[in-house]
Design a protein around this ligand. Structure first.
Ligand SMILES: NC(=O)c1ccc[n+]([C@@H]2O[C@H](COP(=O)([O-])OP(=O)(O)OC[C@H]3O[C@@H](n4cnc5c(N)ncnc54)[C@H](OP(=O)(O)O)[C@@H]3O)[C@@H](O)[C@H]2O)c1
Length: 304
């Protein structure tokens, strides 16, 4: 039997000990599609190229597995043919995204953007700011990244409330949000984009938050209704920090750029030195499982 072909977005040497019995090619199909496309069995698309990485899928007639490096597969899922196993990058981004979520929370509360602006003008502008200590933090999404955020939050002397899709011990269901929102000083969104979560943060969600609350979005932009958020920011009642926006990139004339109390990072939750070692570990483990005919991790079998 000829070795099964794997397309990787990085050199196989980075996998430490890639399993034998597989053949590797390093390909970015958004740049060039090699003639071997019909032989690909296991496809790891390049990171963060968006849905363009799906354009090649109809040519992959022998495809068995798509392994993404992203945790969210909302862009890719509709394009993966029936019978092909889709695995996400759950776990790759926990550390990096949790670190960014904490960075956004702390920067917003302590006013780092205003100090940076003042520094640019060579101005010394001391002032009092809210601390993270003593805040009630609502985590909307308590999966791999949500739990990693919680681990980093707890040493800051906060009270954490967890919300997920389904209720379980210590975790509320999202249907309970209307009762939970009025006592949330900080809300961190870290859910997948699904039919249920699209527009979850609408005018009613935001209106239920107390004055001065901070909304942090490290999930997907479309989880938040932009107009509803802008309306709250314009009055100065709420503040927000978003790593993800709908649309991305944010157009130059978008009102978000000048919205008061809004801190924007350009979808960089995963984009740090912490990502690649974890990405290589996950892909290596998956390829060993695939080569041995074992069950794969992170198979996306539900509706998200
Ligand atoms: N900013 C970035 O660069 C970046 C990086 C990585 C990931 N992300 C985003 O973060 C998302 C989460 O990643 P993850 O690895 O933590 O995923 P995960 O382990 O699958 O966890 C997802 C969590 O969201 C919850 N959830 C699903 N639908 C919900 C709803 N309607 N209301 C409330 N909670 C709901 C799930 O509930 P159950 O536990 O009940 O299933 C689960 O707790 C990704 O899908 C991606 O969109 C962003």
């Amino acid at each position: 039997m000829t070795d099964r072909l794997v397309w990787l977005p990085f050199e196989p040497d980075l996998l430490d000990d890639p399993p034998a019995g597989l053949r590797y090619e390093v390909v970015d199909p958004t740049e060039h599609v090699p003639d071997s496309v019909g032989q690909v069995r296991f496809y790891v698309p390049p990171y963060q190229v968006g849905s363009a990485v799906a354009d090649v899928l109809p040519q992959m007639t022998g495809l068995e597995v798509v392994q993404t490096l992203t945790a969210g597969v909302d862009n890719l899922r509709p394009h993966v043919p029936d019978g092909v196993t889709l695995c996400n990058g759950r776990g790759i981004h926990d550390t990096s995204t949790a670190e960014l979520a904490l960075t956004l929370v702390l920067s917003s509360l302590r006013g780092i953007p205003s100090w940076v602006r003042a520094q640019d003008r060579h101005q010394w502008r001391p002032g009092w700011r809210p601390a993270l200590a003593d805040k009630r933090v609502l985590l909307v999404g308590y999966g791999a990244i949500g739990a990693a955020i919680e681990r980093r939050l707890l040493p800051f002397e906060v009270e954490v409330t967890r919300v997920a899709r389904t209720a379980r011990d210590g975790v509320h269901a999202f249907t309970e949000l209307p009762e939970l929102l009025p006592s949330a000083d900080v809300v961190v969104l870290v859910v997948p984009l699904t039919e249920e979560t699209r527009g979850l943060v609408d005018a009613a969600f935001l209106a239920a938050l107390p004055d001065g609350a901070l909304l942090v979005n490290v999930a997907r932009g479309a989880v938040v209704d932009n107009d509803a958020l802008l309306a709250e920011l314009d009055t100065g009642r709420l503040r927000a920090a978003v790593d993800v926006v709908d649309p991305e990139p944010v157009p130059e004339d978008h009102p978000f750029w000048d919205a008061p109390g809004l801190l924007i990072s350009p979808h960089v939750g995963g984009a740090s030195s912490a990502m690649w070692p974890r990405a290589h570990r996950l892909v290596r483990d998956q390829l060993h499982r695939y080569a041995a005919g074992e069950d794969l991790w992170n198979v996306m079998s539900g509706d998200y």
